[in-house]
Design a protein. Sequence first.
Length: 696
Amino acid sequence: MQYVIGVDVGGTFTDAVVRDETGSLTLGKAFSTPPDFDRGIVDSVGVAAEKLGLSVSALLSQTALLIHSCTVTENAVFDKTGVKAGLLVTRGFEEVLVIMRGGYGRWFGLTEEELKHPVKTDKPVPLIPVTMTRGIRERTDYKGEVLVHADAGEIRQAVKELVDAGAEAIAVCFLWSFKNDANEKIARKVLEEECPQLFRAISSEVAPSLGEYERASTVALSAYLGPLLSSYLRRLQQTVVDSGFRGSLLVMQAYGGLVPPAEAVTSVVGTIESGPASGLKASEFALGLLGEKNIIATDLGGTTFKAGVMREGVFDYAREPSVARYHYTLAKLDVVSIGAGGGSIVSVDPRLNLPKVGPNSAGAYPGPVCYDHGGNEPTLVDVDLILGYLDPRFFLGGRSTLNREKALAVFEEKVADRLGMDPLKAAAGIYTLANSIMFDLLHKITVERGLDPRRCALAAYGGQAGLHAGAYGPKLGVSEVVVPYAASVFSAFGLVLSDVVHQYFVAEHLRMLVPPATVNGIFTSMERKAVDQLVAEGFPRESIVLERALDMRFGRQVHVMAAPVKAGSLSDADVAAVCDQFEALYEQRYGKGSGHRQAGIEVMGFRLRATAVIPKPRLHEFEVLGNDARDAIVGSKEIYLDGQGLVEAQLYDFERLHSGNEVRGPAIVLTPITTILVFPGQLATCDRFKNVVITY
């Protein structure tokens, strides 16, 4: 038997999904083990192996692909634990990372609460300070003509100074290098000759796009994070090889595709938010089987609440990707997040005497109070337990227990008493507050972006989503809430569904209507390069799918959007049709009349997405039986509902539920890896794929 394993490392748990040749799935979940995340990876694979009756080494020795998404780069930016790096720029532009976009950089990425206090705001501290930046006498103009050739001797001296100052990586970002990279090639050659062991990030390779600050910020992030990611992947590969793995390792990218480790290190920023991207891919697959094309994907994990949107079968892409307020250039799936996960710390603001949820998280260690890992700050998980929504004896499928008494005592001391409230009423208020925070985020990415949530199904996954989606989903007004079969390990499930994908971009500033010959020539060149690369990686030509797009904007406006372009040779009519589609997409996003066709339409760049399709699992369809779920009842318990007080809820064992069975609220469905709360007036139906679909 050959297996494919997907492993997603989160802030609290590490999840594994094992797929065999028949498409059957085996799930594993274990605590994350920072900073040695590879231990948690082996632990989660071990849980799945045990279910298969195999040892870890036996399972890994039969595994063809190990697919991984990680948070190591994202964590390093937030924790400021990247390496010391140097930066080479065009002379006179040494403060590009400090200036950012002027005043815009001062408030970009701030929360609404932070924006209320402008006096306290400031720009983020550059990842590479001016003291580690050197200006090089060189110049290329906007047409790509080299006006001043770079001097290798000057670059050599600058590199020596940076290395002597402790640089472990060097970033290079010269003006207009994406039009002509001749001077950056000189810098690259010097770096290869003088310090071949040093990590390097060259803007014409990493970020060949318009935008001086964005390119500089991208290579700065790459240099800051590259050595960490490289070391992490080497250590992971060694760990799994030592455990018997002989297959290929692939790494998830934030745009929803897989790449080999070497390419992941080259495009470091692609690993930022790669886990959430795989969750979106899983939503597309699982809800696509139900016929859904408009999907709101929500991931409520241990650290954050994340969400993304699919419109008519196409995911939104981020316009201005950033991490910890640092911009970078990457066509990534648009995932927005807030610090409101299961492990988010619940506290009382001493100034206003008001409760708060997040953004700080307890993580896996010390974790929530109820985990008994040493945590002494109440979290959202503790609140769910206090209210009776979690069964303390059935955590992680019975492999662990939760300490409700300790959680209640700490919550009472640090929250309820300070608010002067009964502990249960205070906990119910916190639960409602958390759901309101999640609703606000979903409202922003749907209604405020022109999408009617009533036309959408909501996917609820992540370890805690089943306990909260029954509240924030109906409030948003979605047609139904779907808690997928593998909800608690859904991002890992998305990994075993993903394909190998390479993205290509050519920056060209052209005014429409562009002659078809120009468009055809650029896309043909890009497609030839893409096909050659994937064929060289061992994929047959017939498995390769090419998708084109043009980055476009209206004249005198700043917002750029990608408009899809059909395959094949384009005619004048085809180019005009792309303009019409761009205008429709623009007005869908920003409102009717927001475009300005009279100012003209400009092309800012050519995009190509090349996909080598990997065969997908065929999920088992269960026979749909009657709606009577009484055989799955395993007891009842009191739960506390805001506005209703204590009510009796039936407990259902998910393993005993059959497709077609219906569960009426109030009820709790216990699965081996998550818990689902069904409110009074709601109906939860187990569908033919063993998803739990909540309607109301």
